[in-house]
Design a protein around this ligand. Structure first.
Ligand SMILES: *Cc1c(COP(=O)(O)O)cnc(C)c1O
Length: 373
């Protein structure tokens, strides 16, 4: 491996990629995988059948390029989002990671900046380096919160070209109030900043949590990013999308590869959207397990953050490595996001959640890797 690294270092890599490591959540084949916030419920049989049928029909035409404008898909996504949005307000790509990359290609780039507020989604700095956009790390309060006043002051000071707010935030799980989005948008006016709200987990938010979709009218530099990877249980299909003013989609058309969404991807996503109600039924079951994890971890003396997502971030762990390894030995993989004393776990099915909680409590009872105060 070291020799491989040396050989990599000898290649004429762009300066801003030198020494970087790729995104690398471990893919370990254990029975209970609660580490990358997937929807662990298998696809309902009815949806599976519908996808196979629609993909089969699309396969007949695979000798031709797909609809470059994925018109039916944009119409279906707009209808799903509601808020008076239409197909022209929607853009899609292979996962919201690609959507975010396209936004940075269009609005970032050399000499430009993108501001995020860590701890947040680990892909933001990587997407920044991939597009040669300088990443500016804003700061949160000690409890990882972000207030409107604080966020706006930092944006005013840094005058970035792009701001990314993640709500509900990964890895902490908590949603932002819309006052934060409004304040950041206002503060970004001076630098004409594009403001992205990454709502990858929006469907899991507590009832009453408002989406930034409601702020889109009159804000032509605001972009709301969504994905079918989490709530729709379609991580393997790779379909992410955004809602924004139509001219934002036009900007992205300047950088997207032609025919970037394959006919197979479009057929899969269209079939899934026709059965959105069945797919989203599992979201409620996952929220129950999410709340159960928060309650149980609190009872065990740990410090879970309040979660509007399908995962729980918790502190109070003295020896995160030992807990992570102990769970793995029992066939349960969770995520060490590199924040001392903290771990993150995805809410799985009831059985998966039980296996995680039982094993965790055993490990805590055994010590010595029990709680810090
Ligand atoms: C999982 C996740 C995504 C989704 O990525 P896809 O490319 O759509 O699979 C986007 N943003 C955040 C914060 C995530 O956690």
């Amino acid at each position: 491996m070291n020799e491989r690294l040396n050989r990599l270092a000898n290649l004429p890599l762009r300066e801003n990629l030198q020494g970087l490591e790729p995104y690398g959540a471990p893919q370990i084949d254990v029975p209970i995988q609660l580490n990358v916030n997937e929807n662990t419920h298998p696809l309902p049989a009815e949806v599976h059948r519908a996808i196979v049928e629609e993909v089969s029909a699309a396969a007949v035409g695979l000798n031709r390029y797909p609809d470059r404008e994925f018109t039916e898909l944009r119409e279906r996504l707009a209808a799903y989002l509601g808020h008076g949005l239409e197909a022209d307000n929607v853009w899609a790509a292979n996962g919201s990671n690609e959507v975010l990359q396209q936004i940075m290609q269009a609005f970032g780039g050399p000499g430009r900046t993108v501001m995020g507020f860590p701890p947040t989604y680990s892909m933001y700095p990587l997407l920044a380096s991939g597009t040669d956009t300088t990443y500016l790390a804003g700061v949160r309060s000690a409890d990882y919160g972000l207030s409107a006043i604080d966020a706006a002051a930092q944006v005013r000071e840094a005058a970035p070209n792009i701001v990314i707010l993640c709500s509900p935030n990964n890895p902490t799980g908590t949603a932002l109030g819309l006052d934060v989005v409004e304040a950041v948008y206002e503060a970004g006016k001076a630098s004409n900043a594009i403001v992205i709200v990454d709502e990858a987990y929006a469907e899991f938010a507590h009832t009453g949590t408002l989406s930034a979709l409601s702020l889109l009218p009159g804000r032509e530099r605001l972009i709301v990013s969504r994905t079918m990877s989490k709530a729709f249980a379609l991580a393997g299909a790779r379909l992410g999308y955004l809602a924004a003013a139509p001219e934002v989609a036009d900007a992205i058309r300047l950088v997207r590869l032609p025919y970037h969404l394959s006919a197979v991807t479009q057929a899969t996503a269209n079939a899934a959207l026709k059965h959105a109600d069945i797919l989203l039924a599992n979201v409620e079951a996952i929220k129950v397990q999410r709340d159960r994890i928060v309650n149980e971890l609190t009872r065990m003396g740990l410090h879970p953050a309040s979660s509007d997502s399908n995962f729980v971030f918790f502190g109070g762990v003295k020896d995160t490595k030992a807990i992570w390894n102990g769970l793995l030995e029992a066939g349960v993989i969770i995520r060490d996001v590199g924040i001392p004393g903290h771990l993150r776990v995805t809410a799985g099915t009831e059985d998966e959640t039980t296996a995680f909680l039982v094993r965790l409590e055993e490990l805590l009872d055994q010590g010595p890797h029990t709680l810090s105060s």
